[in-house]
Write a protein that binds this ligand. Structure first.
Ligand code: G3I
Length: 358
């Protein structure tokens, strides 16, 4: 009997709960406010332009790639689409297709375009390497090449790597075709010709190895200071910074700070941090390596963020994800140099970059 009473009490209690619940449900209940999540992206969080080199085929055909490029970066450099072999395949033929695609993408998505590169010893089409002519004919080729390209992109490309990699590691001028045919002052003339074609474009000298030590970098800085003293229109220095996680912080800081001492703009123009510099075919990318890479990215960003604001042209990584980097193919090894992984997910390096600007 006692059990039956208890059973009935329980049923009544449960019914009461059900009733009160359904009464409550009749009242309009406003949904809780969504959590405030601030959208994080490199371009929003960093206090200077943050860019990437882009591969036009990937931009056109890989939606994950395009999404990351659109969301994360506000400055773009063509990885190959604005090089001589692509843009100027025959003496009287210019091929603007891929570069103009990038320009249009940048216009629609509000990105800055940095031009790379007008004069380089690589990416030369055979019509240039086989060209026969006297000094005047070479000068005409050189000037026409620079001015046709700069004019085409006038008002669309804000800045150019006018001359790329003109020095050897021992600090002497590289014995390139340009040096052979035009003499050592070709660098100054390249800047003058580019400036004539677009007086508003910012003009950079771009090279690698400033972080190796003083030999090459001093030669580059002396050359750039000489251009300045002659009123040659040079606006900035590009530090490619294809570096490695074992590079000493001190070397990286010296590269950035000595470039800043020229008073010119500084662009870390091709940043990537190799994790397998010893070409170990069996290496795997461990959490410890990922953390060391993040610390190195952080150090570079922090050091760069400390140079005068007016000299911070920006930092550009050399492509977007580990799947797109030139390093594994070029050195025939596994490597993981960029802030996004093969699936376009953020790596610890991404947070390292953000932390560097805090
Ligand atoms: O587009 C063709 C494709 O049609 C063909 O099927 C394929 C077969 O090899 O080649 C493709 O072209 C390659 C191109 O990259 C696009 O991926 C070229 O062979 C290859 O030589 C080219 O390499 C580029 C290299 O410069 C030379 O232009 C790398 O992607 C690029 O990362 C590298 O970038 C340089 C900077 O400009 C200057 N600083 C050093 C940096 C790394 O080497």
């Amino acid at each position: 009997m006692k059990k039956l009473q208890t059973f009935l009490v329980l049923i009544l209690f449960a019914g009461g709960l059900a009733c009160s619940k359904s009464k409550n449900e009749e009242k309009p209940v406003s949904p809780p406010d969504p959590p405030v999540t601030e959208e994080v992206s490199l371009q929003k969080k960093l206090p200077f332009p943050f860019g990437a080199a882009v591969n036009i085929n990937l931009l056109k055909n890989n939606s994950a790639y395009r999404e990351v490029v659109t969301t994360e970066f506000n400055s773009l450099t063509a990885e190959t689409a604005m090089k001589t072999a692509t843009l100027h395949p025959q003496q009287n033929t210019f091929n603007w297709t891929d570069a103009d695609y990038l320009i249009e993408f940048a216009r629609q998505n509000n990105k800055r375009i940095h031009g790379h590169t007008l004069i380089w010893h690589q990416s030369l089409p055979s019509w240039i390497t086989n060209f026969q002519g006297d000094a005047a004919a070479w000068e005409d080729l050189f000037k026409t090449h620079i001015q046709t390209i700069v004019s085409h992109f006038k008002g669309k490309v804000v800045s150019w790597d006018v001359v790329n990699e003109a020095f050897d590691d021992d600090g002497t001028l590289r014995n390139s075709l340009w040096l052979q045919k035009l003499g050592p002052d070709y660098i100054a003339r390249a800047f003058q010709y580019a400036h004539e074609a677009d007086p508003d474009a910012l003009l950079f000298y771009n090279d690698y190895g400033h972080e190796y030590g003083p030999t090459k970098r001093t030669a580059i800085l002396n050359m750039v200071n000489d251009l300045k003293s002659r009123s040659i229109p040079v606006n900035g220095i590009g530090l490619q910074m294809h570096t490695r996680y074992t590079m000493a912080d001190n070397n990286l800081a010296n590269a950035i700070n000595t470039a800043a001492q020229t008073g010119l703009k500084v662009h870390i123009s091709e940043l990537d941090i190799a994790m397998n510099p010893d070409n170990n075919q069996n290496l795997t990318f461990t959490a410890s390596l990922a953390d060391q890479q993040a610390q190195k990215y952080k150090f570079i960003v922090k050091t760069y963020n400390a140079i005068p604001k007016s000299q911070q042209f920006g930092i550009t990584t050399w492509n977007v994800s580990d799947a797109d980097s030139w390093i594994p193919g070029n050195y025939n090894r596994p490597d993981w140099p960029l802030p996004f992984d093969n699936a376009y997910k953020k790596k610890p390096a991404y947070q390292g970059i953000l932390d560097g600007a805090k």
